[in-house]
Design a protein around this ligand. Structure first.
Ligand code: PEP
Ligand code: MN
Length: 338
């Protein structure tokens, strides 16, 4: 359940409610907003029903949470969550512009891309070290060597890194190197991996599964939050439908729904949804217009020679113009690039 405190509630009032919740063996999850504090009580439903906090001083209202997800539910936070990564922000009025190659392929390619996206005002650098490829015969990523290259790109540009973790056996190395841990679409319901990153000290970028519903995505996020890590960015990246004209069907309706259902930031990956570079700009504009908190886009110095996702990467030479077009829609929405 969720306890909404009065704007006049004192710290003592808040602490008394938290103590009451914890005395029942439930977990208290306070969220202090600008105006009010909301305290989530997470635990067994029947046990929570015995919590008579209504009469406590400072309590405005007690609301049951009827959704299956709890920690990520919109109601549980007083304000939208803003994820701060080394001073780059995603959420609320901050629009994250995450860009970089699909895969880290070489030192030159990684550094050239990092410089181009940094100059164009990107907020973070993406780049796959471990790649989830449909065919085992295609490029699988440079692995640990790629993490070194990303760190070099970060040292030069100052851009925080986003890279995918695929295997719990690489948790230590990936978490150490990266600033944001990406969980890819194919691992969206890998519950052991989700719990693992829930115990990590870095924010998580969680992609929607290829055939996951909005509720399944939120429950996946709940696995991460339940372990104590509530720094989660959700990502709509297109789903499988009967439509074949795009690689996946970008579900912008889901973004609007997610903004109602959760306090977490929601970004869009137009590159994997489109599968072709000419659609990336219109889908990015649409993402900003629907209220997304950012985009994650693939760009490469020579896209046609890319070792993965060649058709959808934007040439780095065109990235500044692309970023400027997106920024104009972001400004129309009353937001700024974080
Ligand atoms: C990626 O971002 O590199 C990627 C593989 O995306 P997804 O998991 O959404 O397919
Ligand atoms: Mn890719």
């Amino acid at each position: 359940m969720m306890i909404v405190m009065k704007p006049t509630a004192t710290e003592e009032d808040i602490q008394a409610v938290i103590a009451r919740i914890e005395s029942c063996g439930a977990r208290a999850h306070p969220s202090r907003g600008e105006e009010v504090t909301v305290i989530g009580a997470i635990g067994d439903r029947e046990l929570l029903a015995t919590l008579p906090v209504e009469g406590y001083p400072g309590v405005e209202q007690v609301v049951p949470i009827i959704k299956p997800y709890r920690l990520v539910a919109r109601e549980l936070a007083a304000d939208p969550t803003v994820i701060d990564v080394d001073g780059r922000r995603v959420g609320d009025t901050y629009f994250g512009l995450i860009a970089g190659p699909c895969s880290v392929e070489s030192r030159e390619q990684t550094l050239a891309t990092a410089r181009a996206v940094a100059d164009a005002g990107a907020t973070m650098l993406r780049g796959g070290a471990f790649k989830p490829r449909t065919s085992p015969y295609t490029f699988q990523g440079l692995g640990l060597e790629a993490l070194e290259l990303l760190l070099e790109a970060k040292a030069e540009t100052g851009l925080p890194i986003v890279t995918e973790l695929m295997d719990p056996r690489h948790v230590e190395e990936v978490v150490e190197a990266t600033d944001v841990i990406q969980i890819g679409a194919r691992n969206s319901q890998n519950f052991l991996l989700l719990s693992e990153v829930g115990r990590a000290e870095k924010p998580v970028l969680l992609k929607r599964g290829l055939s996951s519903s909005v509720e399944e995505l939120l429950m996946a996020a709940e696995y991460v939050a339940k372990e104590g890590n509530d720094r989660i960015i959700l990502c709509e990246r297109g789903i499988k439908t009967f439509e074949t004209s795009t690689r996946f069907t970008l579900d912008l309706g889901a973004v609007a729904v997610l903004k109602h259902e959760t306090h977490l930031p929601v970004i869009v990956d137009p590159s994997h949804a489109a599968g072709r570079r000419d659609l990336v700009l219109p889908l990015s504009r649409a993402a900003a217009a629907v209220g997304a908190d950012g985009i994650i886009v693939e760009t490469h110095p020579q896209p046609e020679e890319a070792l993965s996702d060649a058709a959808q990467q934007i040439p780095t030479s065109e990235f500044a113009a692309f970023a400027a077009e997106v920024a104009s829609v972001v400004a129309l929405m009353g937001k700024e690039i974080g």
